[in-house]
Design a binder for this molecule. Sequence first.
Ligand code: R5P
Length: 304
Amino acid sequence: MKDFILYSGSSNLPLAHEVAKILNITLGKVDLTRFADGELRPWIQDNVRDKTVIILESFSYPMDEHIMEMVLMGDAIRRSAPRAMIGVIPYMGYSRQDKLHRVGEPVSARVIAKFLEISMFDEIIAVDLHNDAIVGFFQIPVTHVSALETLAKEVKKLNVKNGIVISPDVGGVKRARNLAYLLDMPMVVMEKKRFLDKHDTSEAYQIIGDVNDKTAIIIDDIISTGGTIVNAAESLHEAGATSVIVCASHCILAGEAVEKLSHAPIEKVIVTDSINMIADKKFEKLHVVSIAQLIANAISESVS
Ligand code: R5P
């Protein structure tokens, strides 16, 4: 392995420390101070000349601050003559704005990709992007890794009988098909209706397939307000599913999500640590599995 340094922004220090531990290194030193008016002033405190430098940052809330941290740290490092600079994004906020949903809106995921290119990152490692096509928004290499195997391992521990994998919307069919393959289970798709004039509101309105007497395993990339998952779980129960287990790569838990998910007809919610979970968002059914090994493997391959 070449000489490399791993830095972390402030979004997910526990994950960064875990990755560093697996790679048998300590995190690089960066001072993330701010001026009195709030402007960020990162200061890299190691000699990075001729080294491969990696910056880990999840674009989770407050996403604009975390993106800015990554971009400014990137600029600070680039000015110190590294051999190469790799950005690791366990969760890419703005990735759901991956197309022109209605005239007059931005394609924000493309803008974020541009930001990272301008900051002269040589490569990006990203985990479960909302849409595979986002890789094509970058003009630099993107290693797109998936947490599906990590999630599947946890589901297998539950010894589910008569299980069926559910995609809660048509956009997630490929993800559900891949999980179904890993679990050796059949798959069913649900249709979801979104309301463009009402943010974060959706309705599950059709199940394409039979879930009667089955344990439904819903797989989604993101849980934000929990609306998609809760609506899907209720519809699945109405259609005869005996129990519902939820898997997702990125667990945001915005607004009333904790409350909603706690009271929903869901047995377990299995998510990863791509987003740092603050203590008051934890609830009984929630089970967090780490993607530190997945990221460490991707870093090892990139720097070898
Ligand atoms: C949307 O296409 C995503 O895959 C998720 O289904 C969505 O982001 C979940 O959001 P919420 O939890 O607010 O329904």
